[in-house]
Structure formats: structure tokens, C-alpha cells
Design a protein around this ligand. Structure first.
Ligand SMILES: Cc1ncc(COP(=O)(O)O)c(C=O)c1O
Length: 425
């Protein structure tokens, strides 16, 4: 069965089972159960991830390539987790790179790609992106590379594709776009943009950090050249991962120390990795696959199970998003950024940013935090977007991020608290 057919076959989300897997969801704060609506800055982790980390540290803790048992176990674990991430991305295991986080990985990749660029070569970035997908490329301006920035359509915070197309030319060597905005939730048409980049002979880099907890990634279908994401945003530990087409990982030369291997993908992994956390990444992928098998017992491969999980969580999150949007739109003085039309919810994920009149978002976040509701305020490093929307000087926005372990009750609690805030403001 294809993954597309599998999507349709998936069942309803067993939210009780999901929440049982996450010990931290039982935390109390402000005299109430903690409501973790802060997923875009990092999700909670299931017990499986904690167990894998403890298990690694107990039974396999060693550096790689030693002539003894724990070192061999470490090697085997890394091979196995590369395989898990290959299923996650839909690529080969030797196209998976581990690293400290997406920012560090992207800085390293930009330096490596930059070695081959010359003054006057161009890179296209966007206004919608987190600065981790802008700053590393802008750093190449030091050597005369020209960075051009594609704008957004302000009304719905989507990328202005005409502007993007105009900015791409025969001088463009790389187009770099986020899969989904970590501030306003917009999901970009990255497959289409990859075609635009390739038509001009440019490489395509996708920042999938924000998309990864919300949708199935398929690098083969996208045909992108690189894609980065961070496991701590999809229920794993604090690390980053990169997919790179084998030919590129072998051709570009990362900066490295002399004794370190020149063989890809390991040559991209600077210094000793946080191996216990790599073990945790494998468990995070397994957790999502296990969820998928519970949604659709007929799945045969891990990839199919991952597809089944996302098919279920996408529709679950969409229902939560609708409930949130219905409530938010009734608040006095609210300004919601991004797509609000229900018929277009397929173009966004359940990350919603807004302002309430001239209220300071930090004050709203503090008010909610005191009631055990965890949200974020500010620009979340999407600084170009915050400036473009004219909110940077006013404390940015309040961001509510929903993932599949959140509930309708939590959304209702948030809305009740926001109504209370508005009444006393
Ligand atoms: C869309 C997006 N890209 C990149 C990053 C940076 O990721 P990392 O913290 O792994 O460097 C973040 C972090 O919030 C993000 O949301």
C-alpha cells in the first residue's frame, strides 16, 4: 500500500494512550495541570526516549570504534538510529547527519557550500524564516556572496511566490526556505519551490524544524538537496539532524580536524557526538511509528507506520486548531497573523500567533503562565517576519503551539484565561 493510501486508512487518535506516554504532562503549575502549548520551542518527550537515553548510558556508554563491547554497541546504536532517521526522511541511512542543533548544522553546511562560491554568486532566503535559516547564509556576504530576500504577502503571511521567482536567476546557487513558519504556522509549497530552484540550476535547502512534528517529510518526493530538522521539536532530545543528497554530502567538504574521517556522512559530524541523545532520537522515531501502528494495525514497515501516525495527528491537530481559531476570533481587539480561513487550514499548522490590542505579549504570557498555561511571547528568532509585520518594537506576538498531545480541554482553558485577561485589561 502506498503512503498516500495509508494516509486515508488511518484511524482516530487514542489521546489517552498518547498522554500516558509523556510523563511530564502530569506536571502541575499554578495550582493546575500544566498545559504545554509551547511545542514550537521544544516538545515534551515520551517515556521511550528517556528509557533509551538511560539504557545507552547504562549499557553502551563509550566513544566510537573501540575494540570492546560498549564501543561496539555505540557504533551499532548509531547505525540503527541513522536507519530510523532515514525512514523518517525517506532517504538512505548514509544521507543522514547528526549534529548539535539545526543552527549549528546549518552554519557548518553554509561554510562548506561557501567554499565553492565566489563574489557575485547569489543565495535566496525569505522574510518568513527563522534566522537560523537566514543568518548562516548571510554570513557568506563576507566573501561577496549576494543574499536576496523574498517577501511575504502580509495579509495571510504566505510567501510571495512571484517575488521569490523574480529573485531567482542564473546567478542563484542556493534557495533556502522553511517548510513551515515557527511564528505564524504557514506551510510553504516547498516541492514547487524546489522545482523553481532546480530550474535555475540552484540547490534547495529546506528548514523543516517547525514542520517535523506536524507532517510527514518525504525528501524523495520533494527532491530537495538538503533538509534540516531538530528532534527536540518532534518529541526527541535536544539535537539537530540533516538530510543531504549523497552526491552533495560526498562532494562538498566540511571543515574538520585532520584525524577525523573524510568519509560521509560521519565527516559532517564534528567532534564527539552526544551519543546518548542519538539513542533518544531513535526512540522518538519509534514512538511516532508505534503511534502509527496503533492508528493502523495493517502497516508493515516503519515508514508506513510513520505515515499512518501523521495522517492521524494532522487531522487531530486541525480540529484543535479550528476550536482555537473559533475562540480567538471572539476576543475583543484580537489581531491574528497568518491564514485564518478554515478552507485553507491545509496550508498551515496549528501554531497561532496574535496580539490583543496594544497589550504586551510578555504580560499575557505571564498571566497565562501563572495559571499553568505555557505559551511563548516575542519573535522566536523569526526576526525578519516580526519586523515586517511591524510588531518587533512592541514585544512581538503571543504564540500558541498545538501538537498531538494537546487536548480540546487545554484549548478551552487557554481561551477562558484569555477572556479573563481581556476582561481585566
Ligand atoms: C523554524 C525553525 N528553524 C530553526 C530553528 C533553530 O533550531 P535549533 O534550535 O535546532 O538550532 C528553530 C528553533 O526554534 C525553528 O523554529
Amino acid at each position: 500500500m502506498s503512503t498516500a493510501t495509508r494516509h486515508e486508512a488511518s484511524g482516530a487518535l487514542d489521546i489517552a494512550w498518547v498522554r500516558e506516554q509523556f510523563p511530564s504532562l502530569r506536571e502541575q503549575a499554578g495550582g493546575a495541570p500544566a498545559a504545554f502549548l509551547d511545542g514550537p520551542a521544544g516538545t515534551q518527550v515520551p517515556r521511550q526516549v528517556m528509557d533509551a537515553i538511560t539504557n545507552y548510558l547504562t549499557h553502551a556508554n563509550a566513544n566510537t570504534y573501540g575494540m570492546f563491547a560498549t564501543s561496539r554497541r555505540t557504533n551499532e546504536m548509531i547505525v540503527s538510529v541513522r536507519g530510523a532517521m532515514a525512514d523518517f526522511f525517506n532517504c538512505s541511512a548514509d544521507e543522514v547527519v547528526f549534529g548539535q542543533n539545526m543552527t549549528t548544522i546549518t552554519l557548518g553546511l553554509a561554510r562548506a557550500i561557501g567554499r565553492e562560491l565566489k563574489a557575485g554568486d547569489e543565495i535566496v532566503v525569505t522574510t518568513l524564516d527563522h534566522d537560523a535559516n537566514v543568518g548562516p547564509w548571510r554570513a557568506l556576504e563576507e566573501k561577496g556572496v549576494v543574499v536576496r530576500q523574498a517577501d511575504i504577502r502580509e495579509t495571510d503571511c504566505t510567501l510571495d511566490l512571484e517575488d521569490l521567482q523574480e529573485k531567482i536567476s542564473s546567478k542563484t546557487k542556493l534557495v533556502t526556505v522553511g517548510y513551515a513558519s515557527n511564528m505564524v504556522g504557514t506551510i510553504n509549497p516547498v516541492a514547487e519551490i524546489t522545482k523553481m530552484a532546480h530550474a535555475a540550476g540552484a540547490l534547495m535547502f529546506i528548514d523543516a524544524v517547525h514542520y517535523a512534528p506536524h507532517g510527514l517529510i518525504d525528501v524523495k518526493a520533494l527532491d530537495c538537496d538538503f533538509l534540516a530538522c531538530s528532534p527536540y521539536k518532534f518529541f526527541g532530545p535536544h539535537m539537530g539532524t540533516l538530510y543531504g543528497k549523497k552526491e552533495h554530502l560526498e562532494r562538498f567538504k566540511p571543515y574538520k580536524v585532520r584525524p577525523a574521517t573524510s568519509v560521509s556522512p560521519e565527516c559532517w559530524e564534528t567532534g564527539t557526538q552526544v551519543q546518548e541523545l542519538i539513542a533518544g532520537i531513535g526512540a522518538a522515531v519509534e514512538y511516532i511509528a508505534e503511534l502509527g501502528r496503533r492508528c493502523d494495525a495493517t502497516t508493515k514497515t516503519r515508514r508506513e507506520a510513520l505515515a499512518a501516525a501523521y495522517a492521524t495527528t494532522v487531522s487531530y491537530e486541525r480540529a484543535l486548531l479550528t476550536r482555537l481559531m473559533d475562540g480567538l476570533e471572539n476576543l475583543p481587539g484580537i489581531r491574528i497573523f497568518g491564514i485564518t480561513e478554515r478552507a485553507r487550514f491545509g496550508e498551515r499548522c496549528a501554531t497561532v500567533s496574535f496580539r490583543i490590542g496594544e497589550q504586551n505579549p510578555t504580560e499575557i504570557a505571564t498571566f497565562l503562565g501563572e495559571r499553568g498555561i505555557f505559551t511563548w511571547d516575542g519573535n522566536f528568532y523569526a526576526i525578519n517576519l516580526s519586523e515586517r509585520l511591524g510588531v518587533e518594537q512592541k514585544g512581538g506576538v503571543l504564540r500558541v503551539g498545538l501538537v498531538h498531545y494537546n487536548t480540546a480541554e487545554e484549548v478551552d482553558r487557554l481561551l477562558g484565561a484569555l477572556r479573563e485577561f481581556c476582561a481585566q485589561a
